[in-house]
Design a protein around this ligand. Sequence first.
Ligand SMILES: [Zn+2]
Ligand SMILES: [Zn+2]
Length: 315
Amino acid sequence: MKIHVLGSAAGGGFPQWNCNCSNCYGIRSGKINASRRTQSSIAVSVDNEKWVLLNASPDIRTQFEQFPCIQPKKGLRDTGVAAVILVDSQIDHSSGLLTLREGCPIDVYSTEVVYQDLSTGFPILSMLEHWNGGMRWHQIELDTQPFEIEGVDRLRFTPVVLCGKAPPYSPHRHDPHPGDNIGLYIEDLELGTSLFYAPGLGVLEQHLDKYFTDSDCVLVDGTFWREDEMIDAGVGTVLAHEMGHLPQSGDSGMITYLRRFQKTRKILIHINNTNPILVENSPQRDILRDESIEVAYDGMEISLETQHSHLSRAV
Ligand SMILES: [Zn+2]
Ligand SMILES: [Zn+2]
């Protein structure tokens, strides 16, 4: 299986258009050693032709321009996008569907509650019905049974329910439902390799250990370094966990947790523009290097060819 990181930043991207925190100002002024990043989404394929998108970010048009494989040029109008799977109904993960309107119908997979959000509070799926009937929605059941996507051979997807919070526009914002936020365990049935993708992972529940152990590679929540990062940077008032994200640092943070999975390739994605790990020569980045934890960047290619095939890698 091949994974192409279309975007590696959290909501807002990096730099965020209206932000002058030290990272956003730093990259605009060329004062820090960092790379620009678009909002998070990955594409997965086994044949380099049909790609399954995991999330559709508002930056999708730019991301496709940077990734020629997604346009196979087999017809006057065509695409390499075989389907889109949404892990939640957040703007930065779903609003790219609007940009795909010319391609309707495209197969879109989500849980029932995400479908409800995207048909009510943020009704993009209803709006898109005006384009050739809209997206072809498929429900992801929450019974941890794997599902496959028609026309996409070899890949099997297992939804993993995560503790999460629906977005502000969700009708059940203050009443969390299972399926508001999922991770995906993705298996290549021919090669036996697997990936766990969870860009929003706020609580480390025990049922997750298995996916971290079994996966050859995990691409997980890299949003914040510190629990109070937004407050400390002076750009927000809420804590990481209140936004459904687990910070990297601290005794109960992501780094400590990831240390348990020595055989798994570990990559952080969905990195907020306030996070010091964006600066390549920061002390926080050194800590990640020592822990063999990588930081995703736009255009990163991950190839999972043999099980636990990560032993030689550049961090
Ligand atoms: Zn996000
Ligand atoms: Zn910023």
